[in-house]
Ligand binder design. Structure first.
Ligand SMILES: NC(=O)C1=CN([C@@H]2O[C@H](COP(=O)(O)OP(=O)(O)OC[C@H]3O[C@@H](n4cnc5c(N)ncnc54)[C@H](OP(=O)(O)O)[C@@H]3O)[C@@H](O)[C@H]2O)C=CC1
Ligand SMILES: CC(=O)[C@@H](O)[C@H](O)COP(=O)(O)O
Ligand SMILES: [Mn+2]
Length: 399
């Protein structure tokens, strides 16, 4: 694992540079004034923003997933010395350019192939793309380990656990406690939630994030995904992972030990902090981070999650219990249902119904069996059949 060395620019790739995490990552590089040599920046289809970033950071290559955007990217980068490339294969090639540190911040299962490609190179992977762990967690972690690299979580809860986990006392960990804000509908009744609009669902109370994860926070599927993520990352069964609602998002998660002591990590809700940790671990970066002013908060509050209004946590527990392809299927069904909700095809409460319905149907068809062969192929096969079935289920719920 390559640690930052004073005076030596680390070679970096930022996958998903145009998104919320990607932008925070580049901003942190500026704020912390760290020495980085950016090998590649990648985006989905936001060619204007990608070109702007590329002109500022001068990577060797700027890659856009959507091939129809390549002519415009080429035009915008003409004369800059930055090569333009396009397509999913080019994104994975960028991930495997031999960087010391790769930020994995593509949204959804689309991040799996490039993250695995980066893992095979032995890079330090700063992992924001939780969906890749959900789809193929054990394989991804094993590939990174075997290649001599590492996976450092960026997701705020997992970064918190990563920071307070005492590696010498791993057998004395009794519980991992994930905090959840409760999202924008924490206090809404079911009748109001049924009518919630996409605009209301993406209005997260504490964090400014991409649309998909914002809807996941509103359904609390984000916590379901995070429970699976924590189970794989910290090798902990789901029975020992709990969720507590903490509306202020100041305590990012906790580790409870068998001697009755519970350690927590705190900070203002700012993703540059876990990104900073993943960049400099086991050291710390200096940058003008806003300090935590506990007196200004006055009080930190906690409540138990309501599984009737937010069934997604239970759905994720069931997917983890089923094992095999169930987490990947759950993730794919959720991506389909969230996209349909954002497109106003289904109602807010239909998202969790569609995910549960897809899992039920696939289980009945025997399509959630343990994977065989290549982890990526097998996760992508499960992903594809879950998307097909979820589209049918969503069609039945169409408004
Ligand atoms: N935002 C946050 O605070 C947090 C995010 N995460 C996780 O980090 C990941 C990124 O989240 P966030 O930054 O909010 O998401 P955004 O939607 O803001 O950004 C997603 C990024 O992925 C790119 N992208 C989208 N689809 C594809 C594709 N098919 N191929 C290649 N690139 C693609 C987007 O490009 P384009 O701009 O062109 O569409 C963009 O750069 C998610 O997995 C999320 O769960 C975890 C914790 C916190
Ligand atoms: C910032 C981050 O890590 C998000 O995953 C956050 O946790 C979302 O907030 P919720 O707690 O509402 O899901
Ligand atoms: Mn999180």
């Amino acid at each position: 694992m390559t640690h930052p060395r004073p005076g030596v620019a680390r070679k970096v790739v930022v996958l998903g540079s145009t998104g919320s995490i990607g932008v925070s990552t580049l901003d942190l590089f500026e704020q912390a004034d760290v020495g980085v040599e950016i090998l590649a920046l990648t985006a989905g289809r936001n060619v204007e923003k990608l070109a702007q970033q590329a002109l500022r950071w001068k990577p060797q290559v700027a890659v856009i997933d959507d091939e129809t955007c390549l002519p415009e990217l080429r035009e915008r980068l003409a004369g800059s010395g930055v090569r333009a490339a396009a397509g999913a294969a080019a994104v994975s090639e960028a991930a495997a350019m031999g960087a010391d540190w790769v930020m994995s911040a593509i949204v959804g299962a689309a991040g799996l192939a490039p993250t695995l490609a980066a893992a095979r190179t032995g890079a330090v992977i700063a992992l924001a793309n939780k969906e890749s762990l959900v789809c193929a967690g054990p394989a991804l972690l094993a590939i990174a380990r075997e290649a001599g690299g590492s996976v450092i979580p960026v997701d705020s809860e997992h970064s918190a656990i990563f920071q307070v986990l005492q590696r010498d006392c791993i057998d004395q960990v009794s519980r991992l406690i994930l905090t959840a804000s409760g999202g924008p509908f924490r206090t809404w009744d079911k009748a109001a939630m049924a009518k919630a609009t996409p605009e209301e669902a993406v209005a997260h109370p504490n964090w400014s994030m991409g649309a998909k994860i914002s809807v996941d926070s509103a359904t609390m599927m984000n916590k379901g995904l995070e429970m699976i993520e924590a189970s794989y990352l910290f090798d902990t069964p789901q029975e020992r992972i709990d969720v507590v609602i903490h509306p202020q998002s100041v305590i990012h998660s906790l580790v409870e030990y068998a001697d009755g002591s519970t350690l927590a990590q705190l900070g203002p809700p700012d993703m540059r902090s876990p990104i900073s940790c993943a960049f400099s671990w086991p050291q710390r970066l200096s940058w003008p981070a806003k300090p935590l002013d506990l007196a200004a908060y006055g009080q930190l509050t906690f409540e138990a999650p309501d599984l009737d209004r937010f069934p997604s946590i239970a759905i994720a527990r069931e997917a983890l219990r089923l094992g095999g392809g169930a987490p990947a299927a759950m993730n794919a069904a959720n991506e389909v249902a969230v996209a349909a909700f954002l497109d106003r095809q289904i109602g807010f409460l239909d998202i969790a119904r569609a995910v549960a319905g897809t899992l039920e149907r696939m289980n009945g068809l025997g399509e959630l069996a343990d994977s065989v062969g290549d982890a990526l192929d097998s996760a992508m096969m499960t992903d594809a059949s879950a998307r097909r079935i979820a589209a049918e289920v969503v069609g039945q719920n169409r408004i």
